[in-house]
Design a protein around this ligand. Sequence first.
Ligand code: AMP
Length: 582
Amino acid sequence: MRVFCVESMIEEFEALTKNAGQIQRETLQKILQQNGDAEYLRNFGLGGRTDPESYKACIPLATHSDLEPYIQRIIDGDTSPILTGKPITSVSLSSGTTQGKRKYLPFNDELVESTMQIYRTSYAFRNREYPIGNGKALQFIYGSKQVKTKGGLIATTATTNVYSSEQFKRTMKDIQSQCSSPDEVIFGPDFQQSLYCHLLCGLIHSVEVQFIFSTFAHSIVHAFRTFEQVWEEICTDIREGVLSSRITVPSIRAAVSKLLVPNPSLADSIYNKCVKLSNWYGVIPELWPNAKYVYGIMTGSMEPYLKKLRHYAGNLPLMSADYGSSEGWIGANVNPSLPPELATFAVLPNIGYFEFIPLEKPEGQELENSPSSIHYMEAEPIGLTEVEVGNEYEIIITNFAGLYRYRLGDVVRVTGFNNSTPELQFICRRSLMLSINIDKNTEKDLQLAVEEASKLLAEEKTEVVDFTSHVDTSTDPGHYVIFWELSGDTMEDILSSCCNCLDLSFADAGYVSSRRVGAIGPVELRIVRNGTFEKILDHYLGLGAALSQFKTPRCVGLSNSKVLQILCRNVTRCYFSTAYSA
Ligand code: AMP
């Protein structure tokens, strides 16, 4: 039965991807038939047509702000067919940690269905290489606050919408990964308490746990950093069979207490293993001996956490999860044995209609190692099967929940084809982050600069726990400020060198020339106190963001004054680059 399920899923994937072009036409037709009455489509004069040519001719490319007035009416309670034929009954709130602002997005059953299709597809491929039996998974997943909109709709994060659906529970049973924690822990109102209980429940079921999961890798790293602090308390709970008094939420206490019986031998075994570990290297396989892999999104803005994740995972393989957003899923990782740095995503042609804006670097801008996508020139969007290997594109989504030719803002590279559907590598978000005048640096540029500079810390056995940036134009000339939280003490001269290295690593021509002529001031590296990024996380969670979808904002503007305040109040040392001063 299980084998049949996996094989049939792979067959389904094969059938879909062999006819990707045809399936895309059919998918667009289905979306436009279902929603032909929607005001948005009528306004642009589509007139019930469902072919790609008419669609592209009538409907313009859109950004979130173009759709905002329509979405606003939906959340205010207008149930007429605005974006979709059937009224939208729930909305997702994007994490807002990448762009600073939380976005409302329509959500419906079709989006849950496509999420399940993605999960089942990548599971089938994973299971072929790393088969798992019946058991559990230690999943660091968290529901987030639900808010009721003025019109009475429930708004919450897309992951919470998915986790609370019946389809999710059914699919999780199919793919043999029931969460080792009860629902009360996942949906608890206090994420610190939920995290403690995830760890505790995972240890109670340590023999049955087959893999470790979180939506984004950051949550796993965060969980094990916390484990380093609370492991002895967890051992005491298991030894005595009594839940720590730190768990005060009645629903969580009741649900977890039911699972807890005094188990001194398990407590001793955990204790002995932990004390023997060297700096927590390999803690995951040590405590979960039957886990086959660690699973979660590890690409894009999660890459900076890979080093720490590998440290905790020891010899266990890391497998990068699929590619999607609150706007909808895009592709599944069907090559699970590739290391996360090389992970690709095969687009499922029936979950949405996809177009790609070709991005080309203008002559003379082919800077090696500079992924500054903002240098790109745009061409006309092309279809899913027209993309070319090696080229970069911005993705446009048309989904089943009322987004039409929606610019997602992500840049991807086509690495190959799986049958006739492209496999994509995530490159970066398109939005410009660091810019003072003609300089243009993205999140990826910053990540590479930090990666390069942090190599200088290796000898000191110190790591960058987390980082972000800010453009300071209060000085004349303006300059980039990079904030680092470090895992330990580091010598002054090393940090000065790191600061110079950061400055020199921003390789885009606009930055380099501006630095040379003094139109941009020296990079400033500010070291912040231990726990600063935890405070930033708390701040976002307080605003209703979900830990499951949290991504550290890599650039903090003046409009994000609270986060900037947290950073600035915690600065312990700062350094200015001397790289261009000779
Ligand atoms: P949100 O809707 O707020 O959870 O954020 C969605 C965004 O997260 C996407 O647009 C991407 O920029 C990023 N993202 C999602 N999945 C991946 C992935 N597998 N690799 C890299 N970035 C991803």
